[in-house]
Ligand binder design. Structure first.
Ligand SMILES: COC(=O)c1cc2cc(CO)sc2[nH]1
Length: 239
């Protein structure tokens, strides 16, 4: 998998050389390239923004540098196998399902906006050439797309076959298919007693059936308490 990042702050992506992602990059599972959008400007100030047409506060990212960067980094011919991701507060929700879909593609280009956002024609042009995902991580404001791109990257790359040491750990996570859309149950390890707090006895019983039931019940309880939106009618009936 090749990952490209287009940003006026490419340094954000130095972190991808660390930990698991670093290992994946080393063993050739993932190739990471960060690019400074200003490399495709031609004026002395390396200008990437301008005032919004129609007025309004702030600045908008000019389309020209993006187009020239696309030409050099991706190419000038349409190719639906290239997936271009625009993190955006007005995007579609980024979910584990989207992460799963992206984990099997060969190439992802992340376009990180700053200022008030990117001239919309950049997104329209990208849609005419590649497979585009405008995705939101949630209903909150960031100053740019870089942090969102890092979060999306981690969610996607950890699902790439061969990336995680123990694939079984993927199966039991919140939001993974195996959990029926429920939140993950509470986790415990040794010591059994810690600062007057004990591991639930059932988890030390060695009784696998009782342990599985306790975990399921906890997942249902947590989901009902914290994420009623996830417990739609038939799911709650099933539990
Ligand atoms: C100029 O701001 C951006 O490009 C921008 C991208 C994103 C993604 C967010 C979380 O979904 S908030 C946000 N702002």
């Amino acid at each position: 998998m090749r990952l490209d990042y287009l940003s006026i702050f490419p340094g954000y992506f130095d972190v991808l050389g660390i930990s698991l992602l670093g290992k994946a990059a080393v063993n050739g599972l993932v190739d990471v390239y960060a690019h400074d959008l200003r490399d495709w400007t031609h004026d002395r100030h390396r200008t990437v923004d301008d005032t919004p047409c129609g007025g309004g506060a702030g600045m908008v990212m000019k389309p020209d540098p993006w187009g020239e960067a696309f030409d050099e980094i991706i190419g000038t011919e349409p190719d639906p196998s290239v997936h271009v991701v625009f993190p955006s507060p007005s995007g579609e929700p980024f979910t584990q399902s989207v992460a799963h879909d992206l984990s099997s593609v060969e190439r992802i280009v992340f376009c990180c906006g700053r200022y008030e956002g990117i001239d919309h024609r950049v997104i329209d042009y990208a849609r005419s050439m590649w497979t585009v995902h405008e995705v939101s991580l949630g209903d909150y404001v960031l100053n740019g797309g870089e942090v969102a791109a890092l979060a999306i990257t981690e969610a996607v790359v950890r699902l790439v076959p061969g990336f995680m040491g123990n694939p079984q750990s993927l199966a039991e996570e919140s939001f993974s298919a195996g959990q029926d859309g429920l939140l993950e149950y509470p986790l415990f390890t040794r010591p059994v007693s810690w600062r007057g707090l004990d591991v639930p006895e059932v988890l030390m019983s060695g009784h696998h059936g009782r342990i599985a039931k306790w975990r399921r019940d906890e997942s249902i309880r947590l989901t009902r308490e914290r994420r009623p939106d996830l417990t739609d009618s038939d799911v709650s009936a099933r539990h």
